[in-house]
Design a protein around this ligand. Structure first.
Ligand SMILES: [Zn+2]
Length: 289
C-alpha cells in the first residue's frame, strides 16, 4: 500500500508552523516534531484522497478476521461502556470511526440511542446489515449533525488517523450538549519508540502511514482546552488483545503493568507508551449555534 499513496508536505496540524525536526524513521516515512508546539506527526503524509481509498482496505474483510477484531477490541469497549455508566445510565451517543459497530451494539444493548460514523464502506455495511445499527458514511462533517445534540461522543483509535485533528475536536464540541462527554482512545507510542531506539531494536510501532500523529496526554489536553473543553480525566481503560502472540503478550504486559502502576500511584502515574483514554466535558453554560 506504500507505493500507491500520494504524499504531500504539510505544516504542523496543530499550530500551522512550517518545518519539523526528524524524530524517527519507519521505512521511508518520517515522524517529525514541531519546533513550536512539540506535536509529533508524519511529514510528508498521504493526501486526503489517498487516505480515503486506503481506508477502504484498512479493516479486515473475512468473517474470521472480523471475529478476531471483535475479540481484540471487546475488552476496551467493555471498559469504556462501564466507565460511561458512571456518567449516565443512558442517552444519545455518537461513536466516530465506529468500524464494524461492536461498541455501538454494546451501548444499544445497554439502552442507549447509539449511532455511528464510519469511513470504510465495508465496515459500515457490516454494522448496518449484520448488526442492524444506524451508521452514517464518514467523514463525520458530512453527516451534518445538529448543534448540542449528543450526550456522549466517543472515538476509539480515530484521532491519530486524522489529517485535521483540531477540526475534528471542534466538531465533537459543536455537536455535544452542554455538559456532554467526549471519550477518546489513542495510542501513545513515542516513549516506547525512544526506548526501543535506545536499545537498537527495529520496529514499526508507529503504524505508518495509517497513523498521522502521536498524541501525548499533555498535548491532547492542550488541544481540548483550546477548543473549550473542561474537566479532564486520563485513564488506561483496558488493553487490546491482538491475535498475534507476540503483540498480544506485549499488549497484556504493558497494559497490566501500566494499569498496576496507575493504581499504585493513586491514579497519578501514567506509564508512557501505551494506549490511553481521555475524558473531557463540554462546559455547562456553552451553547453552539
Ligand atoms: Zn506545532
Amino acid at each position: 500500500m506504500e507505493m500507491k499513496m500520494k504524499m504531500e508536505k504539510v505544516n504542523c496540524p496543530i499550530c500551522d508552523r512550517t518545518g519539523g525536526k526528524l524524530l524517527h524513521l519507519e521505512g521511508s516515512f518520517q515522524m517529525v516534531r514541531c519546533p513550536s508546539c512539540q506535536f509529533i506527526f508524519l511529514n510528508p503524509r498521504p493526501t486526503v484522497e489517498s487516505l480515503h481509498s486506503f481506508y477502504q482496505q484498512y479493516l479486515p474483510e473475512r468473517e474470521s478476521s472480523i471475529e478476531s477484531w471483535k475479540k481484540m477490541m471487546n475488552p476496551v469497549f467493555h471498559r469504556a461502556a462501564s466507565l460511561l455508566k458512571h456518567f449516565r445510565e443512558e442517552g444519545r451517543l455518537l461513536d466516530v470511526g465506529s468500524g464494524f459497530g461492536f461498541f455501538l451494539a454494546e451501548m444499544k444493548d445497554r439502552g442507549w440511542e447509539a449511532v455511528g460514523v464510519e469511513i470504510s464502506r465495508k465496515a459500515m455495511d457490516y454494522g448496518r446489515n449484520i448488526l442492524g445499527l444506524t451508521i452514517h458514511p464518514g467523514p463525520m462533517e458530512d453527516a451534518a449533525f445538529p448543534d448540542n445534540h449528543f450526550d456522549v461522543v466517543t472515538g476509539f483509535y480515530v484521532i491519530e488517523h486524522l489529517p485535521h485533528p483540531m477540526a475534528f475536536l471542534k466538531e465533537c464540541h459543536r455537536i455535544l450538549k452542554p455538559g456532554g462527554l467526549l471519550l477518546l482512545r489513542y495510542p501513545h507510542t513515542t516513549p516506547i519508540k525512544n526506548l526501543l531506539h535506545f536499545f537498537g531494536v527495529k520496529n514499526r510501532l508507529y503504524d505508518l502511514p495509517a497513523h498521522l500523529s502521536d498524541f501525548s496526554p499533555k498535548m491532547i489536553q492542550q488541544c481540548l482546552e483550546k477548543i473549550g473543553f473542561a474537566k479532564f480525566y486520563h485513564l488506561i481503560g483496558g488493553y487490546t488483545l491482538p491475535r498475534d502472540t507476540g503483540k498480544r503478550a506485549a499488549s497484556i504486559l504493558f497494559g497490566s503493568l501500566s494499569e498496576a502502576l496507575f493504581y499504585l500511584s493513586r491514579r497519578k502515574f501514567l506509564l508512557p507508551g501505551v494506549s490511553k483514554n481521555v475524558l473531557a466535558f463540554k462546559k455547562e453554560n456553552v451553547m453552539n449555534g
